[in-house]
Ligand binder design. Structure first.
Ligand SMILES: *Cc1c(COP(=O)(O)O)cnc(C)c1O
Length: 223
């Protein structure tokens, strides 16, 4: 069930922050997505390639689809023609494949690098050292990656009641985001997205200057 009152409240909360809401619709029906679309929502996030491809075919073509799950290299080809933003890039091999498939589709695909700050080992992403090395490598290889643009970073905080811990993890993401923005060539023009904050912690993410939030269950109900 779509919670329209909650949706409208979140949209109002995000306005002063100039932040984009990605409505996370995994496991939710095309009818539910259409309901938010009819209220003006255009950014939707999905975690699974097959589910995304099926929904994309059935829904209006001006939806901006975000891939927020773990993307396997051999599946990039199924979404390359239409994906708006890939959030979870965490290896150079995946980035190379995205670049290759983007070239085939004659487009440029926007990506975010995923950083790991949470305690849970199950959450994906690079640590700070790996990410800095990654940017140095990209800086040196930029001619070979001209069908992608790295537009920012994405991360998930630990799932915990401890607000101080969540706050400090979001702060780590913000600090790294600003460092990259100020340090690397690749960061100069397009580097502008800090994607963090979900249903249970988005106010803390906003307080740490998140400008893209990925919210699912508050809008669509429990999965
Ligand atoms: C599912 C998911 C979300 C949304 O989670 P909610 O708690 O339902 O808001 C956000 N980000 C990622 C990466 C997800 O997998």
């Amino acid at each position: 069930m779509v919670n329209i009152g909650r949706y409208e409240k979140i949209i109002e909360e995000l306005k002063p922050h100039n932040a984009t809401l990605v409505a996370v619709s995994k496991f939710k029906s095309v009818e539910d997505i259409q309901k938010l679309y009819d209220l003006g929502q255009r950014d939707f996030g999905e975690n699974y390639v097959q589910e995304l491809v099926e929904k994309q075919a059935q829904l209006p073509k001006d939806i901006r689809w975000h891939f927020i799950g773990n993307l396997q290299r051999n599946k990039v080809k199924y979404i390359a023609a239409f994906i708006h933003l890939i959030h979870g890039v965490d290896s150079f091999n995946l980035l190379k494949e995205i670049n290759k498939q983007a070239e085939k589709s004659q487009r440029r695909i926007s990506c975010l690098l995923q950083m790991h700050v949470a305690e849970e080992e199950t959450k994906a992403g690079m640590d700070e050292t790996e990410m800095v090395a990654f940017f140095e490598f990209l800086d040196a290889q930029k001619e070979q990656a001209n069908h992608i643009s790295i537009e920012g970073i994405m991360g998930m905080a630990t799932f915990t009641e401890d607000e101080n811990q969540v706050k400090s993890e979001f702060r780590q993401l913000k600090t790294l985001f600003q460092f990259i923005k100020n340090s690397y060539f690749i960061g100069k023009d397009d580097f502008r997205i800090l994607s963090m904050g979900m249903s249970n912690d988005y106010p803390l993410a906003l307080a740490e200057e998140a400008n893209m939030l990925r919210i699912g269950s508050l809008l669509f109900g429990k999965r």
